[in-house]
Design a protein around this ligand. Structure first.
Ligand code: URA
Length: 215
């Protein structure tokens, strides 16, 4: 099946492996260890999609049979920025594929009353203006934290930003499109809606609690 693209904004990765692993993660009986393992595996598959159009350049190398102009990733290094704490669950798998990426962290929590993001931490790699910056958070729910995190990396200089998540709600996608129409989103699924507490339905619950075994 083809991935579904709204080319400017949203890509839903419909690959059967992603969909299968996501269903196992949604199941409330999944253990903490299997949830974590599946998240790591899925993050590699999603990383494949979010980096699909990175530019290549030719490098002259010698194979055992002779010279060739071989494609390698062109100059600009990647920055991965995790939205704490659940974003960290996506980092390991992506770093396995892209070990040279620089890594930053943005700490935002949702005020339970207003659902608005409150920043408590921010540490970003240098020279974001020269990097493709990929923000990672498993859940794009209201979009408030995600939009605030994009604000932060843009204020730090990032010019080319992408957003990678496991699950998105229509409300979050719309919020991101309104605030940052230049930021493409890659997700494993687009769910139905948010409940009154800002949780994605049917979703998978609290991603941080499920990956870290808290609560
Ligand atoms: N954060 C989560 O962990 N889960 C949701 O459903 C929404 C936000």
């Amino acid at each position: 099946m083809q991935d579904r693209h709204d080319p400017d904004h949203l890509t839903i990765v419909t690959h059967p492996l992603v969909q299968h692993k996501l269903s196992l993660m949604r199941d409330k009986t999944a253990s903490t260890s299997s949830f974590r393992r599946l998240l790591r595996e899925i993050s590699m598959l999603l990383a494949y999609e979010v980096t699909r159009d990175l530019p290549l350049e030719a490098r002259r190398i010698e194979t055992p049979l002779g010279p060739m102009e071989a494609p390698v990733l062109a100059g600009r290094k990647l920055a991965l920025v995790s939205i704490l704490r659940a974003g960290n669950g996506l980092l390991d798998g992506i770093l396995e594929l892209i070990p040279a990426a620089r890594v930053g962290f943005v700490g935002l929590y949702r005020d339970p009353e207003t659902l608005q993001p409150v920043q408590y931490y921010c540490k970003l790699p240098a020279e974001l203006e020269n990097r493709v910056t990929i923000l990672v958070d498993p859940m794009l729910a209201t979009g408030n934290s995600s939009a605030a995190a994009v604000d932060l990396v843009k204020e730090a200089g990032a010019r080319e930003v992408r957003f990678l998540c496991l699950l998105a709600a229509p409300e979050g996608v719309a919020r991101m499109k309104a605030a940052h129409p230049d930021v493409p989103i890659v997700t494993g699924a687009l769910d139905s809606h948010l409940n009154d507490h800002g949780y994605i339905v049917p979703g998978l619950g609290d991603a941080g609690d499920r990956m870290f075994g808290t609560r």
